[in-house]
Structure formats: structure tokens, C-alpha cells
Design a protein around this ligand. Structure first.
Ligand code: C5P
Length: 400
């Protein structure tokens, strides 16, 4: 953390006093800390406390421009390596989630392009209020980070979630943010996610249970690691990840066209989508009417996108497929690897609890040609995504 510039935004909750401990801990770690306080924060703790700890001027008033040569909120936003809002009140969270900028802190939040960490602290009922949770989800969807508050007795007399984490815990979170690898910088990565919809008529379609979670986690993680990411996604309800180009598609044929179009510019293609193998031979132009007791819909094969990529890929490209299986997982994955000319198959036993469709966790094996299979334990889809990206970088390294 030595020499890193951290903007510490303090908003007006009782936990504001704990921000002094955080400020002091960050200074001890060697960071240069600039503190911005909201008007209400100054009711809880004096700016002089932070000034004495950080040895920098504390800013409270957006109109007090001490240096005529610069505009404070832009200069600070540009100078920072990280912005930490601790404590983040429900009010500041709401303003940030909706882009309001009516004081120094919220204006600086809009002007910065560096990572922002919010540490919410409030009464347990306020924290669990759906409007606060919605606002936190908005912040996360934009790539801002949220440190989960701790559980315990709260200043308001209630017990529950809402405590500002202790300064040491927040310092650990901040250290981890600075350690975040940027090892995919300069790589162009295409990820497909979600299930496809195969039209029967204008109001009906065939689809599958894919939630898109694994592909979204991959796109998000690759973007965080510095890659230029395009996410080609079938239908999902997930919010688009931050800093990712999203191309929505409906059917397997759409996905096939888009992916093959974009293929030549990519360094890595990860096919996490659950692509329908068959589509109705004819999509009716009008809603099909109820007539007889039986209705037969003839299905025809869809192109295998992964296999088509496999025949076109260049030596520098890394192609990754998924294999959702219910039996003989590794044997089937190895066969798929050869059949589709992929560089890595992520094999996934969807019959196991905690793996596959809809789940937040996954249990996968990484299968590469001429390598021992790597079986990973049950992990969050986020951690699985990081492990897959690590393996992709290992494949690139092995080629050098
Ligand atoms: O052959 P199977 O469908 O089990 O292979 C799964 C892998 O192939 C996944 O990576 C999936 O995205 C891809 N796939 C595809 N086009 C299809 C079917 C599957 O790209 N039509």
C-alpha cells in the first residue's frame, strides 16, 4: 500500500468514529490518505481528527476551492488509486446508485475512474430494506465494490447485520484490491453465456435451464483482470457486468453468426452458453392455433458453434468449451476436447448438488490435451471463473 493515494469518504453515521481508526491504519501502511467528509459526518466527528491522522487537508465543502489552479473534486478523483467510502450510509449509497452529485463526496464518486469500495454501516432493518439492497446491487453491477457489514450489537440497540467492519478487516479488503491481478491486460476475450431460445412461433420457444451465471462470472473476472471482454448472451435475468461489451442474442443461429463474426479478433473464446442442439425446422410466422389432439414439431440440428470455431481457430487463440454431463464426466469431456479441437474443456457433473444450472457454486474438472485432469473442489462460480482464467493463461504460457 506504500505510496498509494486513497480517498477516504466519511458519511454521517455513528460508525464515522471508526473511520478515524481506518484512516490511521491506512497511514501506518504507508498510504497517502485524503479525507472527504459529508456535512452530517462532521456532526459525529471533527475534521481535525482526520487532518491530524492523515496530515492532509480534510474537504467538506465542494465550494471551498483552496487552490485556484485546480478543481478539487476532479483533481482528487484523478490523483486517487482507490476510493473507500466508510461508513457508507443508506443516503450516500442511494445517491451514488442514482448518480446524484450534491456534495464533495458524491461528486468525486462520479468523477473517479478508479475502484471504489463502499463499507455500508447502518441499522439492521435499514440494511435489509429492499430499497437499500437494490441500491447496493446497482453499485455492484457497475463494478463498484461493497464490503459486507458485520453482525453484532448495533449502536441503535438492535442486534444484526449493519456494523462497519473493524479497521484491520477493511485494511485486509483494501490490500486484496491492490493485489488484484491485471494479468489479462491486452487480451481480447469473448464469452458466451445463458441458454438460447429456439422459436416455435412469435410467442413460444424451446429453451433450457441455463442461468448464465458461470459465463457472467467469467466475463466479469476477465474484465477485472484487465481483458477487453465481449459477452454474447442468450436470455438471462442477470445485470450486465461492468466494463464488458454485451451482445444479446436469441437463437443458436444468432449466436453462431455473431461468434464467428467476432472470432478473428479474439485471443480467447470461452463457450459457457448452453446452446440448443436442435431448433424447430420452421418457426411459424403466426401463433399456432389449437387444432387436433396432437401437434408435432419437427426439429433440425443447430450448427455446433464450438466445433466450427475449432476448425477455424489460429495457433495463437485459446478455445474453451464446457461439458455438462450426468455420467462418465471426464471420459466424455476428453472425447469432446478432441471432437471440437478445443484447448480446454471445463467438465461439470450437473447431477451433483452444488454444480451446474442455476447454482451459485460449481464443481468442475479442467481437461486439457495431454495433461492430467485437474479436479477442482466445490467453489463459488466466481472462484471457478478465476481458476479457468488461470488455466487459460497457463495454456498461453506453455505455448511460448
Ligand atoms: O456437445 P455439447 O453440446 O455437450 O458441448 C458443449 C459445449 O459446446 C459448450 O461449450 C457449448 O457452448 C458448445 N456448443 C456449441 N454449439 C452447440 C452446442 C454446444 O457451441 N450447438
Amino acid at each position: 500500500m506504500k505510496g498509494k493515494v486513497i480517498l477516504l469518504g466519511v458519511s454521517g453515521g455513528i460508525a464515522a468514529y471508526k473511520a478515524a481508526g481506518l484512516c490511521s491504519a491506512l497511514v501506518k501502511e504507508g498510504a497517502v490518505v485524503h479525507v472527504i467528509m459529508t456535512e452530517s459526518a462532521t456532526r459525529f466527528i471533527a475534521p481535525l481528527t482526520f487532518q491530524s491522522l492523515a496530515k492532509t487537508a480534510v474537504i467538506t465543502d465542494i465550494f471551498a476551492e483552496p487552490d485556484p489552479g485546480e478543481i478539487s473534486h476532479i483533481a482528487l478523483a484523478d490523483k486517487a488509486d482507490l476510493v473507500v467510502v466508510a461508513p457508507a450510509t443508506a443516503n450516500v449509497i442511494a445517491k451514488a446508485a442514482h448518480g446524484l452529485a450534491d456534495d464533495m463526496l458524491t461528486t468525486t464518486l462520479l468523477a473517479t475512474r478508479v475502484p471504489v469500495l463502499f463499507a455500508p454501516a447502518m441499522n439492521v432493518n435499514m440494511y435489509h430494506n429492499p430499497v437499500v439492497q437494490d441500491n447496493l446491487a446497482r453499485l455492484r453491477a457497475r463494478g463498484w465494490l461493497v464490503a459486507e457489514p458485520g453482525e453484532g450489537p448495533l449502536a441503535c440497540g438492535y442486534t444484526g447485520r449493519g456494523r462497519l467492519p473493524e479497521p484491520e478487516e477493511l485494511v485486509d479488503v483494501i490490500r486484496a484490491i491492490f493485489r488484484q491481478k491485471k494479468d489479462m491486460q491486452g487480451l481480447r476475450v469473448l464469452v458466451t453465456a445463458g441458454g438460447t431460445r429456439e422459436r416455435i412461433d412469435p410467442v413460444r420457444y424451446l429453451t433450457n435451464d441455463s442461468s448464465g451465471k458461470m459465463g457472467f462470472a467469467l466475463a466479469e473476472a476477465a474484465a477485472r483482470r484487465g481483458a477487453d471482454v465481449t459477452l454474447v448472451t442468450g436470455n438471462t435475468t442477470l445485470p450486465p457486468p461492468a466494463n464488458v461489451r454485451v451482445v444479446p442474442v436469441e437463437s443458436a443461429l444468432d449466436m453462431h453468426r455473431v461468434v464467428l463474426d467476432l472470432l478473428p479478433q479474439q485471443d480467447v473464446v470461452i463457450k459457457a452458453a448452453a446452446v440448443a442442439d436442435y431448433r424447430p425446422a420452421l418457426a411459424a410466422e403466426r401463433k399456432i392455433k389449437k387444432t387436433g389432439d396432437r401437434l408435432t414439431i419437427e426439429l433440425v440440428r443447430n450448427p455446433d458453434i464450438l466445433a466450427d470455431i475449432g476448425t477455424r481457430k489460429t495457433d495463437r487463440q485459446v478455445i474453451v468449451g464446457f461439458a455438462a454431463e450426468t455420467n462418465d464426466v471426464v471420459t466424455n469431456a476428453a472425447a469432446k476436447l478432441r471432437a471440437k479441437n478445443a484447448d480446454l474443456i471445463v467438465a461439470n457433473d450437473v447431477s451433483q448438488e452444488g454444480a451446474g444450472f442455476g447454482s451459485d457454486t460449481n464443481i468442475v474438472s479442467l481437461v486439457r490435451p495431454d495433461r492430467p485432469v485437474r479436479e477442482l473442489p466445490q467453489m463459488s462460480k466466481r472462484d471457478v471463473a478465476e481458476a479457468i482464467l488461470d488455466e487459460i493463461l497457463a495454456i498461453r504460457k506453455d505455448r511460448l
